[in-house]
Design a protein around this ligand. Sequence first.
Ligand code: UDP
Length: 324
Amino acid sequence: MILVIGGAGYIGSHIVKELLEQGRDVIVLDNLTTGKRDAVDPRAELIEADLSDRKVLKELFQSKPIEAVMHFAANSLVGESVNKPYKYYENNVGKTIILLEEMKEANINNFVFSSTAAVYGIPETDLISEDLATKPINPYGRSKLMVEHILEDAFQAHGLNYVTLRYFNAAGAYHTGEIGESHDPETHLIPIILGHLLGERESISVFGTDYPTQDGTCIRDYIHVSDLASAHILAVDALIDKKVDRRVYNLGNGAGYSVKEVIEACQEVTGIQANVVESPRRAGDPAVLVASSKKIRDELNWAAKYDLNAIISSAWNWHKNRTY
Ligand code: UDP
């Protein structure tokens, strides 16, 4: 049985579905502040509680045969983290320590942690591998990196086994269109473009057209949320089967697309023209972020299946009929 903390959020809910499809028993714990009840597959038990609620955790760990914990519950808006650092350190770091302590008490030693490309800050090379220096430039990235350090310390101190997954740009939706990306406020490029193409906003802004890239706009590595899901399942199984003990992996497609290329691909998939406004740069955006995912390919035999068009098609399928 696997406990998914933050399983009502965008990425967590997709992993929950994939685990259930594979016949696994899943419990979701989510406080539903940003997560959506409707995103949780009814085959999973949903416990509505905060991950720092020791009483709930103790009861859960005593009553259920939990083999591993996957932790997705975090605040993840870079801009907000700059203005409200305590919120990010408390929710992303402080509460994770409580969870880890309770896991230790209950002798649960397998942990999969959601981290981010934001731990690299503004990298000096374009293709990012895991051994590159971590120099986050905002409290969000720092909060994730702090937990990464804590996990390493916990491994050394008492043998916590963990896999940390550093996501690049997660996008796309479940193939049935039942669940997908829904943030409030929405800040991510693909849902913003698709929302605009559905008439939800008048135009889209391209943040910066003077970057040192081919067309002047930022390049990112977009990865399908279902490819993230398959990586999580390989990771948790590798921990349970004792094939790995502590690992950090990047997760991306290894292919970069500029903001303008993403807009063009959205227009192509939907057949609708966008109204694009060229705007100033957004603070803190590195020009190019592309993952080398060689390590997880080599060690866990993971491979991304979906390209940018498949990502956008699935997101469009969700956006047209979204229920939350
Ligand atoms: N972006 C943009 N307009 C928007 C939202 C995003 O031009 O309305 C750009 C943003 O500056 C970045 C890229 O799209 O270069 C991806 O941004 P997103 O917020 O989706 O992900 P991030 O890379 O910041 O995690």
